[in-house]
Design a protein around this ligand. Structure first.
Ligand SMILES: [Zn+2]
Length: 235
């Protein structure tokens, strides 16, 4: 959430913090349930309990600050005489703004907010890898056909969605059962896990797909997998 914040030593007239609501956060926030108003309590004069726009009671939460923007106006440009020429060829002071992002803090805060007790969850936009492929266990009756079919899913996916080609991991520890490898993938938090399981030998082949962030398991054809992955947002 974007909240009104103190400008602190940077100065300027307006500043907003970008906060990820989380119980472990160090900042105290107040929010209008309909999002008209949000502020870090540091900025409030005395007790403010209702929304200035709609009058509803403000809810309190804690947040982790992951970004901060400042509107500086002409505070620095007037001192350093940073001017530009207007379309009328008149010198004008530049309006300035600045921002900071806590890059490593965004990672830590995302994990804090999204993860479960024993497994990491990443938003797709910052997940180190989007996809984990799990081929059949060595010695299983699906082994050869399943591995080849899964490879074809990867090849066709890489061709249709080249931006995901380098965003995939193959868990080829085929001495381990699918269940064991799925458990590891679950802990590491790949947003999608594609498994060549028992149904890979059906005609047409069916793959088991775990959409981890939605908490759902899908049974999809190769085309279905590519269709699903085409909706994934990556940087
Ligand atoms: Zn309101």
């Amino acid at each position: 959430v974007k909240v009104r914040a103190a400008t602190g030593s940077i100065g300027g007239t307006v500043s907003h913090e970008f906060q990820l609501p989380a119980d472990v956060g160090e900042d105290k926030l107040v929010l209008c349930p309909d999002r008209h108003f949000a502020a870090n309590v540091e900025t409030l004069n005395g007790e403010q309990t209702s929304c200035p726009t709609c009058g509803q009671k403000l809810t309190q939460t804690r947040g982790i600050e992951v970004g901060h923007t400042f509107y500086l106006g002409t505070k620095y440009s007037s001192v350093s005489n940073a001017v530009f020429l207007s379309p009328e060829n008149k010198p004008q002071l530049a309006e300035m703004g600045c921002y900071g992002l806590g890059v490593t803090r965004i990672l830590a805060a995302s994990i804090e907010v999204l993860s479960e007790e024993d497994s990491i969850r990443w938003p797709s936009l910052i997940a180190p890898y989007q996809l984990c492929f799990i081929p059949p266990k060595r010695g299983s009756k699906e082994e050869e056909e399943g591995a080849a079919l899964l490879e074809r899913v990867y090849d066709d996916l890489a061709e249709a969605l080249p931006h995901l080609a380098g965003d995939s991991v193959l868990d080829d520890r085929t001495q381990l059962t699918i269940g064991k490898r799925l458990k590891d993938a679950n802990k590491l938090g790949y947003p999608y896990v594609v498994i060549a399981g028992k149904r890979v030998c059906e005609d047409p082949p069916v793959f088991e797909v775990w959409n981890q962030n939605a908490g759902e398991v899908l049974f999809l054809s190769k085309e279905g997998v590519i269709e699903l992955m085409s909706k994934v947002q990556v940087p």
